[in-house]
Design a protein around this ligand. Structure first.
Ligand code: SF4
Ligand code: SF4
Length: 88
């Protein structure tokens, strides 16, 4: 897997119209309190989700594709409009 870096296209997250929002009360890794699941990390095509308990996304490069939300078995990720007040 390649790691994100600043390329000719710049911070590609600037193009995003929606972003992932994580509900840690549903996340299997958080609930188990140990490394588990990480389907979001495995399937993110940009490699911008950290493989850690408690999700963290590098929004400089997240393109808002929504794959993480699709593969999350716990429904812990929803895609919200980029300009939503509770987008963080
Ligand atoms: S795919 Fe969902 S449940 Fe699994 S680690 Fe990611 S956010 Fe948590
Ligand atoms: S929306 Fe796409 S690019 Fe952004 S974290 Fe999820 S899978 Fe990765």
């Amino acid at each position: 897997m390649s790691t994100p870096c600043i390329g000719e296209a710049g911070h590609t997250g600037d193009w995003r119209s929606v972003r992932p929002k994580f509900d840690e009360t549903k996340c299997l890794a958080v609930k188990a309190g140990r490394p588990a699941c990480f389907q979001c990390w495995a399937y993110c095509p940009e490699g911008v989700i950290k493989k850690e308990i408690g999700t963290e996304v590098d929004l400089d490069y997240c393109k808002g594709c929504g794959i993480c939300a699709e593969v999350c078995p716990a429904g812990a990720i929803t895609m919200v409009p980029e300009n939503a007040e509770d987008a963080e």
